[in-house]
Ligand binder design. Structure first.
Ligand code: TXA
Ligand code: MG
Length: 349
């Protein structure tokens, strides 16, 4: 399949190019597009055949449900049985933005979207290209992250091109994404609101509206027979080619541990990549050293993380030693992705 790559400026949206994209969606094809979190791989969310193509292009397991993207709260109504009061308040406060709500699904949502579950995931993205695409297509757009399953989510059009060239009809290049990590997934379908995936909207922000908010305890653990409530959380994810270890604890101890281990790995002939921060960069003398940004700015770290994992894939590296970050605010989402990238290989120091 030939993939058409088009550049669209979020602030001066080219109507002609958008119409081409909409034609593809209407004809049951695939369009990769930017959102404020990561790039999405979009298809008409109410067309089962079109949605099936998403799973094929990504190599995604069939039991992992997809998010439907909407451009208005009006559009949510037909997709769900009801919109509970708490969902109404959260949509008002956080949409458009990096948060997905799970609600009880209606019958018009195809089974392939929900993987047979009785809930449907819905998000209104903030990126203007995404919103315009959904509005013009006049249908909810199903879109997982636009990467091959298991790889880090794409935060630039080049990442999408690397993974999906020849597998999709169009890739819209709208520049680098702002948040850099996927949306928070918040289950509002039961009695207890629960975060199933930490993301762009933090637990602290949500607590202001939902004081009793819970967080799925599997988020920070892997293995040990732990079953996450969100199917997507159980798969190996964001995985770089090299083995990866995340060091968690007080920063001086982290640096010391990484320095010691770099030496040890070098001695046995392994090439080391170090994921660090601006504050600590100068403390390492060996290995391929790459900073996520300042520890004082978790937004920057979130924005850079996936690109760094992909950059390291392009180097001849055997093992990646990564500094963990504080488990607060966006730090929870950052550590969740790092832990998964490391297949649960987290060492407390
Ligand atoms: O920021 C984002 O959310 C991006 C952009 C493109 O919007 N999308 C994204 O989609 O990250 P995806 O498919 O890569 O991740 C969706 C997550 C998966 O972990 C999936 O298991 C979960 O949401 N999910 C979707 N529907 C669900 C449902 N009904 N119940 C539980 N989890 C669900
Ligand atoms: Mg994904």
């Amino acid at each position: 399949m030939e993939t058409r790559i088009v550049k669209i400026d979020e602030n001066h949206i080219d109507k002609g190019l958008m119409e081409e994209a909409v034609e593809i969606i209407k004809n049951g094809g695939l369009v990769a597009f930017p959102t404020e979190t990561v790039y999405g791989l979009g298809a008409n969310g109410l067309n089962e055949e079109a949605v099936r193509k998403i799973f094929q292009a990504k190599g995604r397991p069939q039991d992992n449900p997809l998010i439907l993207h909407v451009h208005s709260t009006q559009q949510v109504k037909e997709l769900v049985v009801e919109i509970p009061e708490i969902a109404r308040i959260c949509m008002e406060k956080f949409w458009p933005g990096p948060i997905t709500f799970l609600l009880k699904r209606s019958q018009i949502v195809p089974d392939i979207i929900t993987a047979g579950l009785d809930t449907v995931a819905i998000r209104m993205p903030e990126n203007k290209i995404a919103l315009e695409l959904i509005r013009m297509a006049n249908t909810p757009i199903a879109a997982p992250s636009a990467n091959i399953s298991g790889r880090p989510s794409p935060t630039s059009a080049n990442h999408v091109i690397d993974d999906l060239m020849g597998k999709v009809h169009m890739i819209i290049d709208g520049g680098k994404t702002g948040v850099g990590l996927e949306s928070t997934v918040l289950d509002l379908s039961g009695d207890l609101p629960m975060i199933l995936r930490p993301g762009g909207v933090t637990k602290e922000e949500l607590s202001q509206i939902i004081p009793n908010i819970a967080i799925d305890s599997s988020i920070m653990r892997e293995g040990e027979g732990i079953v996450p409530k969100s199917p997507g959380q159980k798969y190996r994810h964001y995985a770089p080619k090299a083995e990866m270890i995340v060091y968690n604890g007080e920063i001086h101890s982290i640096v010391e541990a990484i320095r010691d281990n770099t030496k040890r790995y070098k001695e046995i002939g392994k090439s080391v990549g170090i994921i660090c921060t601006d504050e600590t960069k100068g403390l390492y003398t060996h290995g391929y050293i790459i900073s996520m940004g300042s520890r004082k700015n978790k937004e920057t770290i979130a924005r850079n993380l996936f690109n760094i994992l992909r950059t390291l894939d392009g180097k001849e590296i055997d093992i990646i030693l990564a500094e963990g970050v504080e488990l607060s605010d966006l730090g929870i989402a950052i550590m969740n992705r790092m832990m998964k990238a490391a297949s649960g290989n987290v060492i407390d120091v």
